[in-house]
Design a protein. Sequence first.
Length: 193
Amino acid sequence: MIIDTKQTPCHYKDEKIFSAELIAMIQNKAIRLRTENLLMWYLYNAKVYKKRYFFVMISSIIFNASIPFINVIQTSLGFDFGFLTILISFIAALSSVFLSVATLSHYKENWERYRGFSEILKNELFLYTAKREKYAKNDKYSDESNDESNDESNDEHIDGLFAEQLSKIALEETEKWGSLKKPDTTNDSTKRT
């Protein structure tokens, strides 16, 4: 595939295309499916939580910025419109609800967590497909001779390492997800020392 640098300087326009091409290089079907499942899950959820976070925050900014504007209109006209006072109260309440939902739903934390794990997984995938670092050909399997059985053993070993790494990444993400769901008790003022 030839990359058009005018449209995408130094990177693919869509990281899913890049990731899909790396995933397609995986020979072991089970590992390929697991990698694709994990990576697409992380990328999708990062995108969803990012959109939610920005929607809630931008809406709240607009709501809060409209309150002084409505107040100026009300005072400059010199009239006390009851509906404007109600509208201001409604907008302030709506802004509070939006910010509370963002805080309670951990939109930003989830976005950053999913994004971080997708980057970790893409890095590991790149190292695996490029056969670098721990995924490089292991001399242990190629010392005796250069026949195909040693290459298969080496490939199986590398596949095993990558599968273990996928499991570690998924487990770590699940543990972080669980820690977000638990209430923070470190600042609990009811605790006695």
